[in-house]
Design a protein around this ligand. Structure first.
Ligand code: ARG
Length: 580
């Protein structure tokens, strides 16, 4: 496929003698297509060339040599070069690439030979799977698929919260009142009730709290009764979580949660100890991070038990050794930003190669606020995800009953629309922004939503069912020279870069917004032009463009919210840990 930015940069390099890689990074896409398809801001070169931007622009324009099959014209506006690409070339390059790559259009090899570990979802045992975990599941899952599509080997880890003092509390509660609760049939709700009740008792009675702490210590020491209960809580909870994962289509390569590291923390503590930086503080052991201006990282509590951070440090050692990652990504709400800052700093003391500790990345996201209504009235304002998804499906079904009562597979469609709407809503919002969850917006078929994309996709599909798709060689690309076709072709062309930008910023909303834009470009094209029933070569060209759009919408949706899009090989290897 013609790489326009690269071609332009190489041509400017010949005139200015400045490295085309640098020049390429300056090239912009003007906000208004009337100002060209690309723009080059000459003021960026003013310092180096010691000339005023308009003079640089004129000199480049006078001396540049470009292939007229690729570039139509270059204008100067202020200190900018406005560059117009040849639209026939655009149509040819995009449609041929799509024809050749088909469902792999946009896939790349930049990640070949590298592994990316993504830690996401990671709910806590015996606690509800809430709307915040949904965001992590959805954003992490999308990143997983996107990196995979870019050629990386991806490893999805569900770092289940299955360890910590709260289990001491649960065990204590269960010991006292276990037979009052129907844990087998409704594990999470019932365990949550026990947890709330024991917490209240702990507040009243310090000795109960002490018992709870002891239970956790016993669990850490492998006590039989405590371990048996813990195992039961864990597997009952996982079964519940799996119901939600099945609805979302989420899959993980590993469910190694916090407990998996229970026997791997000794090494962390030894390594930290040997640096001399593990110091006593009010009976606990911490690593001070004053130099970095952050609060100390708690490694061992005053009662001797380990912490969430210690387990994350053990996980870093394990992941570096097991997966030899080139990036390790953690997707959680921004409430955990300090935790990850601390852990990533302390990880530098573990003696790992810098390539591992320099590539630990926290991908934070904002909180979800619910507008008042049914979903926000539960105790503690915790919304169970399963309820939310079921509600989405039944609301989607209602809409379908109204809009399309004769549809055959209503239940299936309602599932796809309802669940898709929830997932897309989470992805399309800039991830760091807090989000207000509003049903009317999430399920609006005309808004910037999942259902809108699905609706446009279905529209392309039904057009394609009406006529035979021509061969690419039969297409006369001159028939795609109207404004709407060109806008659509440009959007299709942008797909490749969009995927890279999405991965560079770990921001799936870039891809989600792209799919909205692509859908609305198609809608405009469709509203302005007849496709079926036009003169044969016009119909053929437009049909092919519709096919291209259908394919990219499908691929985009597959890698953003359909979690079945993975080809995965987990590479294991041993790495060398420097001795300290
Ligand atoms: N279980 C944690 C929570 O629900 C999230 C874990 C994130 N991953 C990690 N490696 N710390 O808040």
């Amino acid at each position: 496929m013609t790489d326009y930015k690269k071609k332009i940069a190489e041509a400017i390099e010949k005139v200015t003698n400045i490295d085309s890689k640098i020049l390429e990074s300056f090239i912009e896409i003007p906000p208004d297509a009337n100002l060209g398809d690309y723009a080059f801001p000459c003021f960026k070169l003013a310092k180096e060339l010691k000339k005023a931007p308009p003079i640089i622009a004129q000199e480049i324009k006078d001396n540049i040599v470009v292939d007229s099959e690729i570039i139509d014209k270059i204008d100067i506006v202020g200190g900018y070069l406005n560059i117009y690409i040849n639209k026939k070339n655009l149509a040819n390059t995009v449609l041929r690439e799509i024809e050749e790559k088909n469902e792999n259009y946009g896939s790349q090899t930049i990640g070949n030979g590298q592994t990316i570990v993504i830690d996401y979802s990671s709910p806590n045992i015996a606690k509800p799977f809430h709307i915040g975990h949904l965001r992590s599941t959805v954003i992490g899952g999308a990143l997983y698929n996107i990196y995979n599509f870019l050629g990386y080997n991806t490893v999805g880890i569900n770092h289940i919260g299955d360890y910590g003092t709260q289990f001491g509390k649960l065990i204590e509660g269960y010991k006292r009142w276990g037979n009052e609760y129907d844990i087998k049939n409704n594990p999470i709700d019932e365990l949550t009730k026990i947890y709330v009740r024991i917490n209240e008792l702990c507040k009243e009675d310090e000795s109960v709290l002490e018992e709870c702490r002891n239970n956790f210590k016993k669990l850490e020491d492998g006590d039989e009764y405590c371990t048996k209960l813990w195992n039961e809580f864990r597997s009952l909870s996982l079964e519940e979580f799996k119901k939600v994962y099945d609805m979302l289509g989420s899959k993980f390569d590993s469910y190694n949660g916090e407990a998996f590291y229970s026997d791997k923390m000794g090494e962390v503590i030894e390594k930290l100890d040997s640096t001399g930086k593990l110091v006593e503080s009010e009976g606990a052991k911490v690593i001070k991070l004053d130099e970095q201006n952050i609060a100390p990282c708690l490694i061992i509590k005053s009662n001797g038990s380990t912490t969430y951070a210690t387990r994350d440090l053990a996980a870093i050692l394990y992941r570096a050794r097991t997966y030899d990652y080139s990036k390790a990504i953690y997707v959680t709400s921004y409430e955990q930003s300090l935790h990850f800052k601390q852990v990533f700093e302390v990880a530098k003391l573990l003696g790992l190669d810098k390539k591992y500790t320099d590539n630990l990345i926290h991908v934070p996201f904002g909180m979800i606020h619910l507008t008042t209504g049914k979903m926000s009235t539960r105790e503690g304002n915790v919304v169970k995800l399963e309820d939310l998804l079921n509600e989405a499906v039944s609301r989607a079904k209602e809409i379908i009953e109204k809009k399309n009562p004769d549809l055959e597979n209503k239940d299936d469609v309602a599932k796809k629309v309802g669940v898709g709407a929830i997932i897309f809503n989470d992805l399309s919002n800039n991830r760091i922004k807090d989000e207000i969850f509003d049903w009317n917006q999430v399920l609006n078929f005309n808004g910037e939503t999942g259902p809108y994309i699905q609706y446009m996709y279905v529209r392309t599909k039904s057009i394609l069912e009406k006529a035979m798709l021509p061969q690419i060689d039969e297409i006369d690309t001159d028939k795609l020279s109207d404004n709407e076709s060109i806008q659509l072709l440009k959007k299709l062309y942008e797909f490749v870069q969009t995927l890279r930008d999405t991965a560079d910023k770990n921001e799936p909303s870039i891809l989600a917004r792209y799919l909205i834009d692509l859908s609305s470009c198609f809608s405009t094209f469709y509203n302005e032009h007849r496709i079926i029933g036009e003169e044969k070569n016009v119909q053929d060209a437009r049909l092919y463009l519709t096919y291209a759009c259908n394919l990219v919408l499908k691929t985009g949706a597959r890698i953003t919210w359909d979690k079945h899009a993975r080809k995965n090989v987990i590479k294991c290897c041993n790495i060398h840990i420097k001795h300290i």
